[in-house]
Design a protein around this ligand. Structure first.
Ligand code: ZN
Length: 126
C-alpha cells in the first residue's frame, strides 16, 4: 500500500509528520481521529506515483547511457567523445519539459489536504 508523507495538525494544536496510505486515519494524542479528504489525497498519491515514474525513467536513461558509453569505449574508442555531446544535447532539449513536469508534480504534492474528523468510538457502542 503506497503512503505519502504528511504534516498533520489537530484542532487541539498538536501536530506531527506521518506517512499515511489511502483510507488510513491518524489518532491525535487528545483522542480525536482524523482522516485525510479522499480526493486531494488521491491527487497527492497520483503525483507521488508520477514523481516515482520520472525517477525510474531517469535511472533507466542513465543506465542506458552508461551501457552505450561503455560499449563505445570498448569497441569504438574514437567515437567515445561523441557521447557527452549527445547526452548534453538530449539534456538541453528535454530539460525544460522535464523541469516543468517535476515542478507540476511537486506543486500537486504540496497542495493542502483537509482532514475530516472520524468518530473515534469503537463500533457497536453508542
Ligand atoms: Zn488533538
Amino acid at each position: 500500500m503506497r503512503t505519502i508523507p504528511l504534516t498533520l495538525t489537530c484542532s487541539c494544536g498538536e501536530g506531527t509528520s506521518v506517512a499515511l496510505a489511502a483510507g488510513q486515519a491518524w489518532s491525535c494524542g487528545c483522542g480525536r481521529v482524523w482522516e485525510p479528504d479522499p480526493t486531494p489525497f488521491a491527487a497527492a498519491l497520483a503525483a507521488a506515483a508520477g514523481l516515482r515514474r520520472v525517477r525510474q525513467w531517469l535511472g533507466l536513461l542513465l543506465a542506458l547511457v552508461a551501457l552505450v558509453g561503455g560499449l563505445l569505449a570498448l569497441t569504438q574508442p574514437a567515437w567515445w567523445p561523441a557521447l557527452p555531446v549527445l547526452v548534453g544535447g538530449v539534456a538541453i532539449a528535454s530539460g525544460p519539459t522535464y523541469r516543468r513536469r517535476l515542478r507540476t508534480l511537486r506543486e500537486r504534492m504540496r497542495s493542502p489536504i483537509g482532514l475530516t474528523p472520524v468518530d473515534a468510538r469503537p463500533e457497536g457502542r453508542a
